[in-house]
Design a protein around this ligand. Sequence first.
Ligand SMILES: Nc1ncnc2c1ncn2[C@@H]1O[C@H](COP(=O)(O)OP(=O)(O)OP(=O)(O)O)[C@@H](O)[C@H]1O
Ligand SMILES: [Mg+2]
Length: 168
Amino acid sequence: MSARAESLVSTSAGESRELGRALGRVLEAGDLVALYGDLGSGKTVLAQGISVGLGFDGYVSSPSFIVVNEYAGRVPILHIDLYRIHDTAEIEDLGYRELFFGEGVAIIEWAERAKEFLPDERLDIHISIDAPDRRTMVLYARGDRHARVKSTLLKLWRERPQDENPHD
Ligand SMILES: Nc1ncnc2c1ncn2[C@@H]1O[C@H](COP(=O)(O)OP(=O)(O)OP(=O)(O)O)[C@@H](O)[C@H]1O
Ligand SMILES: [Mg+2]
């Protein structure tokens, strides 16, 4: 594993949501979080937590037929789900430049579908399903700014008060 990649384990959806919330607190305008993982791995759960951490208190849906949802947090949040995107022409039609290189924070589910379009600077999170409630997340920061995001997040996460952990 590269020095820039670090992994952590979540043992409940609530814990993943809490991790997302910690990440949302650290993100700034222009940051991009690319999420990778099978169906049901918890990409939307993380996106929900990130949005809460960014100050959005409304409902974050699983976009399904809607590829892009925008929420108003302390910075604009773009929640993008590329599950139904299968070729590069569709990504160009989406206007990916504005989505991926915009002013807010972009969170992308199924980011692998847009591999060659993603900005070089981003935080990649690869989620794998170890057991029904257990996920391993590998965080890989690309670029210095996202490396700082990742290290601040991991510091916050490792130092968090354990009794605040939700158990849903
Ligand atoms: N540790 C965990 N972290 C995240 N989700 C978990 C965990 N344990 C169980 N779950 C459950 O796994 C499911 C994750 O669903 P979610 O919609 O977030 O997945 P997804 O990766 O967005 O899937 P899709 O590819 O369909 O968009 C939820 O039902 C959640 O309750
Ligand atoms: Mg999802």
